[in-house]
Write a protein that binds this ligand. Structure first.
Ligand SMILES: Cc1ncc(COP(=O)(O)O)c(C=O)c1O
Length: 285
């Protein structure tokens, strides 16, 4: 049975109830996080929590839990759910008012919810064994505040569905200038001539924690050069390797884009080297 946390209490998920007037339900008015954990050990806990605090501040929700309190909630939740390969899902909505009205209500307590979801065991950093992802491409039609990890995910959901209906694992998104932004639920990287390249962070992109960790690990290690800059879709189609990254999929190598082969069609050696480094260092964050 799944144990969740709701507004101060741990309980079976069947007992967790929220009001239909909750603004998370009515407006998607909330912030969420997903933190990966393996056998009770989290990856990137503090950067994940910092991003959540930044998101809450950006939308004017007062944080009612400190970092230390969140850490306690997360470790308790993991233990109560058996400490396997688990993603910890956290959500803070603006709370339930007595009416549906757009303006932020005063004196309403945020609704605080946390649960765990099963995530895949990490794959081996071995290019000959890794499964390549297939992705589609489409113009990014989401809102202009993608840096906020809002629970209002319909734009992302519709893009993911478009990829899914095309038989793909993900879908890469590009803006009106044909510049790669990210993917519907992941950040994106390309590799050309041994150089790892990922888009610059701005309002078109979620500042992914996996992306952040990879860049930090690459920088500290120094053996794989990288650049953070605009990437045209032409560069994407001509890349030697393409990866999508997220907390639940880590670094996933892409071998097909819109049905066309990426590079030589097999999972790349730079992915293997970078993923070896990520695997070796991820628990340091
Ligand atoms: C739109 C989007 N971009 C990027 C990411 C990757 O972020 P992270 O590495 O923090 O999981 C996600 C993760 O859910 C996402 O939804």
């Amino acid at each position: 049975m799944s144990i969740v946390y709701l507004n101060g209490t741990f309980m079976p998920i069947e007992d967790a109830k929220i009001s239909p007037l909750d603004r998370g339900f009515l407006f998607g008015d909330g912030i969420y996080e997903v933190i990966p954990s393996y056998d009770g050990k989290t990856v990137g806990l503090e950067p994940h929590m910092q991003r959540m605090f930044d998101g809450l501040a950006a939308i004017g929700i007062k944080s009612t839990r400190t970092l230390e309190e969140w850490k306690e909630i997360i470790q308790t939740l993991l233990a109560k759910n058996g400490n396997g390969n688990l993603g910890v899902y956290l959500q803070v909505s603006r709370g339930a008012d007595v009416k549906r009205y757009h303006a932020y209500p005063e004196n309403v307590e945020p609704t605080i919810f946390a649960m765990t979801t099963a995530i895949k065991a990490p794959v081996e950093a071995d290019a000959s064994k890794a499964k390549g992802f297939s992705v589609g491409t489409t113009q990014d039609m989401r809102w202009k505040r993608c840096q906020i990890k809002s629970t209002a995910l319909l734009g992302n959901v519709m893009h993911f569905q478009e990829g899914y209906e095309g038989g793909n694992d993900e879908i890469l998104l590009y803006n009106a200038d044909n510049i790669l932004t990210e993917a519907s639920s992941s950040n994106a990287f390309i590799v050309k001539d041994g150089v790892v390249i990922t888009p610059v962070l701005d309002n078109q992109i979620l500042p992914g924690i996996t992306r952040k960790l990879i860049l930090d690990i690459l920088e500290k290690d120094g053996s794989i050069p990288f650049e953070v800059r605009d990437i045209t879709m032409e560069e994407v189609f001509n890349a030697d390797e393409v990866w999508v990254t997220s907390s639940s999929k880590e670094l996933a190598p892409v071998t097909t884009i819109d049905g066309k082969t990426v590079g030589n069609g097999s999972v790349g050696k730079v992915w293997e080297a970078a993923f070896k480094l990520y695997t070796a260092h991820k628990f340091e964050y």
